[in-house]
Design a protein around this ligand. Structure first.
Ligand SMILES: [Zn+2]
Ligand SMILES: [Zn+2]
Length: 336
């Protein structure tokens, strides 16, 4: 099969990816083989490729096929697979599999399993023509969704959904969402579904426009005037941060009301947290299998709009360079 391989991490401008022939994966009894139709391009793919994660001590296979928002058709099933058949259209999310027996797996928090495998990091991902998946970790895709629209549900979709669930939003509350890229513009839509009023915060004028078109009640530039501006409008009950910036994290803390919640979907420091304001800070990362199924159910009723642009798989390297340069609106999706 054709695949995009990373032998050794390096800045994307140095073109560390190679498009070449690779063996089609061989499945075991509880696995399925999937012919890939679409795979989204995520900033965390770039972190794997450029070695950001390996410097944080997160291991990766070498060589590795990146990519973790995958849609395809099942072409083969292992002898123990009873829940899926050849021809099923399915997806794979970043959580490739988990051990099934640890305290996290046994309490429906398998995304925290210490023995979890991550698609495109510790096992081969979706920048290829085929991938194999574990039968209990692939998800049927509703027929209402097109391949390229469905692929991003498997990372931005589930990530945004879980972050919004962590933010305790209900009707009458207000939320600020920092960072309106592939994940943020989906988070705006899930946050609106809770009945809360949603303020989108971004450095990019283009992305603030995107936030308005997907339903944000208000948009505010992420700059030095933000805290003053928010003081006039009124601080928020919850803030969710997807902007990879320490300033965004600091400002999110400042514009959240006492007793409020700040949800972090990016790396950074929590500084000057004044205990007497009783603010809660939570991390959020990908989602469980249950979260993933809920996202697909909601998306099947056309309630979620993901802005996508498709590119041929061979162009993975160019697309990642564009992503790094902030030139991708919504989500880029590779088609093998
Ligand atoms: Zn992702
Ligand atoms: Zn486990």
């Amino acid at each position: 099969m054709k695949a995009v391989l990373l032998d050794k991490p390096a800045p994307i401008e140095e073109t560390p990816l190679r498009y070449s022939e690779y063996d089609v994966p061989k499945i075991s009894d509880d696995e399925v083989l999937i012919k890939i139709k679409a795979c989204g391009v995520c900033r965390s793919n770039l972190n794997v490729i450029e070695g950001v994660y390996s410097r944080l001590g997160i291991p990766s296979l070498s060589p590795i096929i990146p990519g973790h928002e995958i849609i395809g058709l099942i072409t083969e099933t292992g002898s123990n697979v009873k829940n899926l058949v050849t021809g099923d259209r399915v997806g794979i999310q970043p959580l490739y599999s988990a051990c099934g027996v640890c305290e996290y797996c046994l309490s429906a928090r398998e995304h925290l399993c210490p023995n979890r495998l991550i698609t495109g990091e510790t096992v081969h991902g979706g920048y290829a023509e085929y991938i194999k998946g574990k039968n209990n970790y692939v998800y049927r895709v509703p027929k209402e969704l097109k391949d390229h629209e469905a692929a991003p549900l498997f990372c931005p979709g589930v990530t945004a959904y879980r972050a919004v669930k962590q933010a305790n939003l209900t009707i009458g509350k207000t939320a600020a969402i920092f960072g309106i890229g592939g994940v943020g513009h989906v988070a705006v839509q899930f946050a609106k579904m809770t009945g809360a009023s949603v303020i989108a915060v971004s450095r990019s004028k283009k992305n603030l426009e995107l936030a308005s078109t997907v339903g944000a009640d208000k948009t505010i530039p992420q700059d030095d005037n933000l805290v003053q501006e928010m003081k006039k409008i009124g601080y928020v009950d919850s803030a969710i941060v997807f902007a990879p910036s320490q300033e965004a994290i600091d400002r999110a803390q400042r514009i959240t009301k006492p007793g409020g919640t700040i949800v972090l979907g990016v790396a950074g420091d929590v500084r000057k947290l004044l205990f007497f304001f009783e603010k809660t800070i939570k991390g959020t990362a990908i989602g469980t299998r249950h979260d993933m199924k809920e996202v697909l159910k909601i998306a099947s009723t056309n309630k979620i709009r993901i802005v996508t642009n498709t590119y041929p798989l061979q162009q993975a390297s160019e697309v990642l360079q564009k992503l790094k340069g902030g030139e991708i609106k919504g989500r880029a999706v590779l088609i093998p």
